[in-house]
Design a protein around this ligand. Structure first.
Ligand code: ATP
Length: 339
């Protein structure tokens, strides 16, 4: 029911066959995308895959070479950034060092011509939203990285955008703080009900925060889906490899195993070692202790596979042969190579 309700609504943002070429570089190439109102949507991909350009096209900082950007049902392709119901939180936060936190947050309202009392009140509300109520008088240099990140968020939220664009919002934070801010951001988005579109190259971040993820590769979207779909049912070898480092079994191996001449993905955590009735035999060529588990690397007739072993399981010796098995359904067949 929820899915059909989403489909019947006007999307918050649509890209209709949008391309942005820089000379010979096809940064974004014929991308189609519908993002529903209230969604937390991730643009995920490696460096240079076109996600930031996509975000800038939605913001209006970039013009498409062809195609249309539609925001809440209206063609916004030629609408300047400041007239779109969209705000951006930049990776470096772009705070003014000489202004205190309150004035940083109130800045956009000042540009809009709001009176001082009104903009200070709105800025204080935005600061309490991000749990920085007591910090209004400080300068940016007197805050931690995570607090600065929240100021940047408050500064965008005070303008009451319908869509918030976030470019690698947690990129400047250390791992621990990143994880904490991931759940804070998600909770904030749920509370406000605003559409969040964020760019990341970190698959863990995309999977943990987003309602849906678009996986980018060289200017194309390879797959769009819920985190669980993209992780469990990657449609292409690129997605299988990029989202969670799956093993990619070549088509001739899959033909032997499943009678279908297509490549397939198999997650390292779904493979088990067995004493009898193995589906494949592998030669142990490496192992690594990961803290919560062990990973072993295998050579299976020239194909390299990773297997994640529970910490309690014995790690086989280098050079030994092991039998591998997995549950029915773990092997996920994909469409062709790259799109
Ligand atoms: P990153 O994570 O490194 O920011 P990205 O996925 O966001 O990467 P983009 O920044 O969108 O990728 O860049 C996509 C491609 O377009 C890259 O090859 C980049 O060099 C190129 N590109 C982006 N902006 C410009 C520009 N203004 N002029 C020329 N080429 C550009």
């Amino acid at each position: 029911l929820r899915q059909s309700a989403l489909e019947s609504m006007t999307p918050a943002v649509s890209l209709r066959s949008v391309s942005r070429h820089f000379g010979q570089v096809r940064a974004v190439d014929a991308v189609n995308l519908d993002i529903a109102e209230g969604e937390f949507f991730a643009l995920l991909g490696p460096s240079g895959s076109g996600k930031t350009t996509c975000l800038r096209l939605i913001a209006g900082f970039e013009q498409p070479t062809s195609g249309a950007v539609v925001i809440f049902g209206e063609d916004a392709t030629r609408v300047p950034p400041y007239r779109r119901p969209v705000n951006t939180v930049f990776q470096d936060y772009a705070l003014f060092p000489h202004l205190n936190i309150l004035d940083n947050v109130a800045y956009g309202l000042m540009v809009r011509g709001e009176k001082k009392a009104a903009r200070h009140q709105a800025a204080e509300e935005a600061l309490s939203l991000v749990a920085l109520g007591g910090f209004a008088g400080r300068k940016p240099s007197e805050l931690s990285g995570g607090q600065r990140q929240r100021v940047a968020l408050a500064r965008a939220l005070v303008l009451k955008p319908k869509v918030l664009l976030l470019d690698e919002p947690l990129g400047a934070l250390d791992l621990k703080l990143r994880e904490q801010m991931q759940s804070e951001l998600k909770a904030l988005q749920r509370r406000l009900g605003i559409t969040f579109i964020f760019v990341t190259h970190d698959q863990g971040e995309a999977l943990s925060m987003a309602d849906r993820v678009a996986v980018f590769d060289r200017g194309h979207i390879q797959q769009i889906g819920a985190p669980q779909d993209v992780y469990d049912r990657p449609e292409t070898p690129f997605v299988a490899d990029f989202v969670g480092s799956s093993n990619v079994l070549p088509s001739n191996m899959v033909e032997q195993l499943a009678g279908q001449s297509v490549p397939a993905s198999l997650r390292p955590e779904q493979i088990r070692l067995t004493d009898t009735d193995g589906k494949l035999i592998g030669n142990v060529i490496g192992s690594a202790f990961l803290g919560a588990a062990n990973r072993i690397e295998l050579d299976v007739g020239g194909v390299r596979l990773s297997v994640l072993l529970p910490k309690t399981a014995a790690v086989p010796d280098l050079g030994s042969l092991v039998n591998l098995t997995w549950d029915d359904g773990a092997l996920h067949v994909m469409r062709g190579e790259h799109v």
